[in-house]
Design a protein. Structure first.
Length: 102
């Protein structure tokens, strides 16, 4: 069984036991988190939501908070001898899917 859920404005395909990385959530590591915006539940029978499947939810456990790969932001103004370098690392939350209720 699999489901397509909406978390942080993005869609993720999840299965039981899978780990997904979503935008930073305000939940402690080890806590239980429920994703209730389920767009589709698949398996032997497919249920499509309008926009969400009624009564469906995905229960996850917060595995931890991680930081993404560092990116370098470089601004240069041509012929002005002026430039600026800035770095950024996005924060993410890792969720381990425990169960899917349809």
């Amino acid at each position: 069984m699999y489901a397509i859920v909406l978390a942080g404005g993005k869609q993720y395909k999840v299965q039981e036991g899978a780990t997904i990385t979503v935008d930073l959530l305000s939940a402690e590591a080890g806590a239980e988190y429920v994703l209730d915006k389920v767009l589709l539940v698949g398996g032997s029978e497919v249920k499509v939501g309008e926009p969400y499947v009624p009564g469906a939810a995905v229960t996850c456990e917060v595995a931890g908070h991680v930081k993404g790969k560092k990116i370098v932001v470089f601004h240069k103004r041509r012929r002005q001898d002026s430039h600026k370098t800035q770095g950024h690392r996005q924060s993410y939350t890792q969720l381990k899917v425990k169960s899917i209720q349809a």
